[in-house]
Write a protein that binds this ligand. Structure first.
Ligand code: NAD
Length: 346
């Protein structure tokens, strides 16, 4: 069975998810939506993805032909040919699309900009693939929550108890956003605690976690400063924590002192060397020499490529909802190998 996937919202996340889906042999893109005939349409044309209009209004659909793009119809037409829709519309906009998905009888996946309360179900590959099997819909959690889950879930699984405080040092805007800031200031998120840590509990409620956040004038990555309290008798050392993470998928561990990768700028340069499209880094980057376990307290830093760590998770979430792969590790391996082959990465 080849799963027919629609992408509603072909922006930063949507265009990446489309290619990650296109890389898989068990799913195909049946169409992507654009609100209007803007420059993103050219990319869809080059990729051979059928373009649909976000809206069903005939004048909005006709505008595509006037601009020289073939438009196959509105969102309703796209949903008719899809098994599942990945909603990649801007944060908080997706909620208004839920009724349309339910009426069309397709499965649906929202992104981290939507509230867990709206979907009632959230997803990350490492935390709760099994709980999402055959569900009607879910929400792939945000880039920060995905990053936190990658390192905290294996720690929790080892310890059986975990209490975490973390500070999210957030990029102010994506590279393609010219209207957001700050450009010369550090902006604390004054809602304390921030939503990031508690959001982990939507996929792994057993982890007790709180966070604070600041936005800084950079566009390329987030950095997390994490302090985790492990229970008595955890039996871990700094080296065994590093070893545990090195065996997990989608975590890269490197020694900043040895490699010279000491800032997010070098991490992203390293990502460009890997050769994925857009210079993406699907993995969470942990500085090995920044990990320290003292007694029951574990300290570490990790860097998150906000535009791309959630991309392979969307592919795994499709398999969970469609019930085609129940083993999260098998799905992750298939997803990642297919993307590597697609990007010609040996
Ligand atoms: P984006 O603004 O880059 O892209 C959104 C796209 O959706 C645009 O092409 C826009 O024209 C289109 N759109 C607008 N209204 C729409 C509607 N009603 N229905 C369908 N499409 C519509 O946004 P993005 O950064 O790709 O974010 C998409 C989602 O992914 C949000 O929930 C966001 O919080 C989440 N997310 C973003 C990042 C990131 O770093 N950019 C990381 C993780 C998760």
């Amino acid at each position: 069975m080849v799963i027919k996937v629609a992408i509603n919202g072909y922006g930063t996340i949507g265009k990446r998810v489309a290619d990650a889906v296109d890389a898989q042999d068990d799913m195909e893109i049946v169409g992507v939506t654009k609100t209007r005939p803007a420059f993103g349409c050219d990319l869809a044309v080059r990729k051979g993805y059928p373009i649909y209009c976000t809206y069903d209004d005939s004048d909005k659909i006709a505008a595509f032909a006037s601009a020289g793009y073939e438009c196959h119809g509105g969102l309703t037409d796209l949903l008719e040919v899809a098994d599942i829709v990945i909603d990649c519309s801007p944060g908080k906009v997706g909620a208004s699309n839920l009724d349309k998905y339910q009426s069309a009888g397709v499965k649906w996946i929202f992104q981290g900009g939507e509230k867990h309360a709206m979907t009632g179900m959230s997803y990350t590959s490492s935390a709760n693939h099994a709980e999402n099997l055959n569900a009607d819909g879910t929400r792939v959690v945000s880039c920060n929550t995905t990053g936190l889950s990658r390192t905290l879930v294996p720690l929790y699984n080892h310890c059986g108890k975990l209490s975490v405080e973390c500070t999210m040092i957030r990029r102010a805007a994506d590279p393609g956003d010219s209207s957001k800031g700050p450009i010369n200031a550090i902006k604390p998120v004054l809602k304390v605690p921030s939503h990031h840590g508690p959001d982990v509990m939507t996929v792994k409620p057993e982890i007790s976690i709180n966070s604070m956040a600041v936005a800084v004038p950079t566009t390329i990555m987030h950095v997390h400063v994490i302090v985790a309290q492990l229970p008595d008798g955890h039996g871990l050392t700094t080296e065994s924590v590093i070893d545990m993470w090195s065996k997990q998928p989608r975590i890269i561990l490197m020694d900043g002192g040895e490699t010279g990768i000491t800032t997010t700028a070098e991490v992203m340069e390293y990502a460009r060397d890997i050769g994925r499209k857009w210079g993406d880094l699907h993995e969470i980057f942990v500085w090995r020499d920044g990990v320290k376990l003292e007694g029951n307290t574990l300290y570490y830093f990790q860097a998150i490529h906000q535009e791309s760590d959630v991309i392979p998770e969307n592919v795994d979430a499709i398999r969970a909802l469609m019930g085609t792969e129940s083993d999260w590790l098998a799905s992750v391996a298939k997803t990642d190998q297919s993307i590597a082959k697609y990007n010609n990465i040996l």
